[in-house]
Design a protein around this ligand. Structure first.
Ligand code: RM4
Ligand code: MN
Ligand code: MN
Length: 424
């Protein structure tokens, strides 16, 4: 299905006067509202191809209905999101879940929906039907050279697909590690992993980046071979200038200070990409901002400040992606909520009075420093985000529009009630 612009305009017309009143009221107390809107319009968040169907746990999976059955339909779904919010203009593919068999056709279809291809993702955490060697005991870390080579070759193949689609980055997330003490020699596992990453790095095109994603635990429960930002940074530093650390919000031990991590990674010029989600316990992959919106704001604040300190372009110089799973919500509704939560935190981060904060810090005025941050966090920027959408031709209220247009019902009508998208 495709959304006609006239339908969006029609729904916007119904909201127009209320929105205008709301926006003008809030904008009046903001000194930099036009600059914030401009930045919001430029900011795009990639949607992962594996998040468009129902996720699941090891206890089960419940179909959402109308799930995309192939890559074309996944692109169509991201196209719907982008049409509604004009902020989801990129898709990130996971191989082999979404192999583009006819790359030119897929690229043209994406372009038709205004989408580009974000980072490519490799998968050496599952065995595929017909695969020669098993990843049961790890991929790049494996004691078996043949298995390590198979994992390297897979990553090189992913780069090849990415080149055909116009992507320019590869995200490597390894589930490698050990579940029991004694299972692994940590140093050997590190060395094997490093050598494999070096072979992959050697196959990167000139203008590509590789992101080394870390995760504290799961599926391995004793050690992970890329378990935290320190290990990721170690690999990325040894690999070279095209290698970066990728931060996934759900991949930390409880209560980790993620804002400090991103600040230092930016300082070291080693933060490359970002996966948004939210969690209460671990890698819950819940809707962005649904659990800890203040933490999200604090992270954004460090991102904005750190990027500004280095003259980076907020929209282009880091890879922004949602990495979530949808067990009970409609994935498209959830993704609309997530993008909105990201925009809200970003806008609030742009409101922080940097000079005043600096002064407060220099005079050890802890109370004032907290007040300054919370002043920005407690500002209601929802109408500012909606105004950015309105100006870019998107729906003032994307979620409301999604429901008014009965998009899920239409997709179920087109694709069926019991469908299963590839992915987690
Ligand atoms: C992992 C990690 C990766 C994602 C897979 C599907 O936990 O977050 O980024 O590719 O899940
Ligand atoms: Mn991730
Ligand atoms: Mn994850």
């Amino acid at each position: 299905m495709q959304i006609e612009q006239s339908r969006i305009d029609e729904l916007n017309a119904q909201l127009e006067s209320g929105h205008k009143r709301n926006f003008e009221f809030h904008a009046a107390s903001l000194s930099n509202v036009e600059a914030v809107i401009e930045k919001l319009i430029a900011f795009q968040v990639a949607i992962p191809s594996w998040a468009l169907g129902a996720g699941g746990t090891r206890f089960g999976r419940f179909s959402i209905g109308g799930e995309p059955g192939n890559l074309e339909e996944k692109i169509e779904d991201v196209g719907l999101l982008h049409k509604l919010n004009q902020s989801s203009g990129a898709i990130s593919l996971h191989i082999p879940w979404d192999i583009p068999s006819d790359a030119a056709k897929i690229k043209a279809l994406a372009a038709h929906h205004g989408l580009v291809f974000d980072a490519m993702n490799s998968n050496t955490f599952q065995d595929q039907p017909g695969q020669k060697l098993s990843y049961k005991y790890g991929s790049l870390q494996n004691v078996d050279k043949g298995i390590r080579q198979q994992a390297v070759d897979h990553n090189l193949e992913v780069i090849k697909y990415g080149k055909e689609l116009g992507s320019n980055s590869l995200t490597v997330w390894l589930s490698d590690g050990s579940s029991f003490p004694g299972q692994l020699n940590f140093r050997k596992a590190f060395q094997n992993t490093l050598e494999g990453l070096q072979d992959i790095y050697a196959g990167l095109p000139e203008d590509w980046k590789v992101f080394v994603e870390y995760k504290a635990f799961e599926p391995n429960f004793y050690s992970m071979s890329v378990g935290d930002w320190g290990q990721s940074l170690l690999y990325a530093s040894k690999l070279g200038p095209k290698a970066y650390t990728l931060v996934d919000l759900g991949h930390h031990l409880p209560n980790a200070n993620i804002e400090q991590i991103v600040s230092l990674l930016l300082m070291e010029k080693k933060l490359g990409g970002f996966h948004f989600n939210d969690s209460k316990y671990g890698d819950d992959d819940l809707t962005v901002g649904s659990m800890r919106p203040y933490q999200l704001f604090l992270i954004f604040r460090e991102l904005v400040e750190g990027m500004d300190a280095r003259g980076m372009n907020h929209a282009k110089d880091l890879g922004w992606m949602i990495d979530a799973s949808h067990n009970i919500k409609d994935p498209l509704e959830d993704l609309l909520q997530s993008v909105e939560a990201i925009q809200i935190a970003y806008a609030q981060a742009l409101l922080v009075d940097d000079m005043a904060l600096d002064e407060a810090r220099e005079s050890n005025d802890v109370v004032r420093a907290q007040e300054i941050l919370q002043q920005a966090f407690r500002t209601d920027v929802r109408s500012v985000v909606a105004e950015a959408r309105r100006r870019s031709g998107a729906a003032i209220d994307p979620l409301g529009a999604y429901r008014a247009m009965k998009i899920r019902d239409t997709l179920i009508g087109e694709r069926g009630a019991v469908t299963k998208a590839t992915g987690l």
